[in-house]
Design a protein. Structure first.
Length: 141
């Protein structure tokens, strides 16, 4: 059974581009072995991530993330059974914030700042859907 999980968390320490790249590389190496796909957005110390795959694999990965001391304020935004993946092309795609139109954020939020703590999980997933549609998610499978 496939599931989709979306969560938000705050980084406990500064995340520079090299650290983010290391996180993405580790995800891209590990996720295919457990059948997990998804996308990651990081901005202003906030992670917003979608994970898709088998229920056990996604739950295990989420629990590991929630227990990771590099994350705080971990919030489950959405968890649902799905018929098909939305992010099947990415072992872990990354939102290219340089291509992110602030008007897109304004469409779903009170401000043009990414803050999944002030919107619903449904709204955050709709934002990810538009990011896919506008090619704002980059990365190799």
């Amino acid at each position: 059974m496939l599931v989709r999980l979306m969560y938000a968390s705050r980084a406990t320490e500064s995340v520079d581009p090299d650290t983010l790249l290391a996180i993405l590389r580790k995800s891209k190496a590990h996720n295919p072995t457990i059948g997990v796909t998804g996308a990651l957005c990081f901005s202003s110390g906030i992670f917003l991530q979608v994970l898709e795959g088998g229920r056990g694999a996604v739950s295990h990965l989420y629990n590991a993330i929630a227990a990771d001391p590099r994350h705080r304020d971990v919030v489950l935004l959405s968890f649902e059974e799905i018929d098909e993946r939305r992010f099947a092309a990415w072992s872990m795609g990354q939102v290219n914030l340089s291509r992110l139109n602030p008007a897109l954020l304004m469409k779903y939020s009170e401000t043009s700042t990414l803050d999944p703590y002030v919107v619903s999980g449904r709204v955050s997933l709709a934002l990810f859907d538009e990011l896919v549609a506008t090619a704002s998610i980059v990365g190799q499978p």
